[in-house]
Design a protein around this ligand. Sequence first.
Ligand code: ATP
Ligand code: MG
Length: 564
Amino acid sequence: MNNNDTGETQKQDFIRTLVNDDLASQRFSGKVQTRFPPEPNGHLHLGHAKSICLNFGLASEYGGVCNLRFDDTNPTTESEEFADSIRKDIEWLLGHELPEEPVFASNYFDQLYEWAERLVELGKAYVDDQTAEMISTQRGSFTEPGVNSPFRERSPEENLVLFREMRAGKFSEGQCVLRAKISMDHDNMNMRDPVLYRIRHESHFRTANDWVIYPTYDWAHGQSDAIEGVTHSLCTLEFDSHRPLYDWFLEQLEIPHDKRPYQTEFARLNFTHTVLSKRLLRQLVEESVVQGWDDPRMPTLSGQRKRGYPPSAIRAFCDHIGIAKTNSTHEVELLESFVRSELNQTADRKMAVINPLKLTITNWPKGEIEYRDAINNPEDPSQGSRKVPFSGDLYIEHEDFMEDPPKKFFRLSPGREVRLRFGYFITCNEVIKDDDGNPVELLCTYDPETSGGKAPDGRKVKATLHWVEASNCVEGSAITYARLFRSEHPDTSSDVFQDLNHASLTKFSSVKFEPSIQDLLDGEVVQFERLGYFCKDDTEANLFHRTVGLRDEWANIQKRKGTN
Ligand code: ATP
Ligand code: MG
């Protein structure tokens, strides 16, 4: 990154270099226009976030336009619900409403059809009556040229009649297609007379029954770019071999050079321990492996939102990884570290006990409640402090007590003194157990002299525990999440579901919260001291999802890598 004259940070990558070159050469008369082209057949995931940040980011950096353009060319799998959810997710990620209303490839169906007729008239497209299977076997392979269709030499006049009949609904599905007439022995398989239109007798969520033929991605995409005035059409690397076709269509249609968009490919985003394939994500939902597209374990944007990821942290992550030409997989811990460092600055601290163990202070005046000052955010003193009730009836975490502690366990155990956060030193004197010998209550005494969290005689304690006062607490639940897949690189070429982590969700149902959590908004994230960051669920009362833990696992990974 460089700093420009205005002091703003200017990103640098090969795409921005191209844009700068185009601006310098006046290729598009100073214009920069991009688009984000999702198919409304699923929900957006973190991979899409990279593309959204790039496309919308470029437009805003260069004072241009970025359209959200739905690539709605397949009525079978697409729907308005998907389109609405995609828009919502993009606006959430960007942190503002879309600057322009979304556009749809279906808006251009008339123009696309007209252009297809032009290709037919030019002798550059033909109606093929063969089945899809036949066409596919005739395509050949990387080593074998394709075979010409017996219908390839139909005259433009005959093709025009047939194509109009296709459009008029005279044929059944699969009876014929419109193909470009390029070359069946082209080195690039995408150039071997690709299909432009297929017949689908299906209602489309926007054009209803106006059409029974639908354009393919290749035919719709570049032409939609041209219609909208896109200058830089950015897509992921797998479209590299489609670029010659993209250019071929625009060339045949004689789109003027200064209005001719061009395609540039960049690397997809991948993460460890998850999959970013719409097909597999859909399968996770359909097979009830997760509780929906917005399950906090899903790498979908709605899942991340439900989990409490701040969109600005995802944007900062995308900026950080930048844009490159080689595919790579990023450690999910890196994204988490962006989430953690942002929340560390912004999230209020609260206390909650997720696995409660009763603790009674036997020398505390019975029934007396004291209000302790608790700082809201040590990283941001302007957030002030709050009063937290304290008494002789408390809960602490089960994990913070051991009857027979090993050497390195410094928390509470019989005879040991520890500090309570925002409170006193306490000593455990007695353990009450159930019939199975499990501790159910600790009887402790406190030292009134340690109200400030220090002992006047200078004696030290080795641990500070969080706690919740029993009579004022709010009851609820919390869910912590672990990786959805056990392997760092789930193998999607085999049955990746074998690799599922069956312990990816742990629910705690008798969580005790300090009373102030009642003031939180749905979706708000707080830090429960010592437990991590948690997001308040927006439907179920007093349910919190753990956004991310407190430990910086990314730092550990870097250390490990550094020493390897
Ligand atoms: P499909 O496999 O259904 O085509 P897709 O993930 O490509 O799924 P689209 O809706 O076509 O979904 O994607 C919209 C845009 O997002 C495309 O431009 C695509 O290149 C980009 N995109 C999708 N996945 C990633 C990813 N992992 N990293 C970066 N960009 C992505
Ligand atoms: Mg796609």
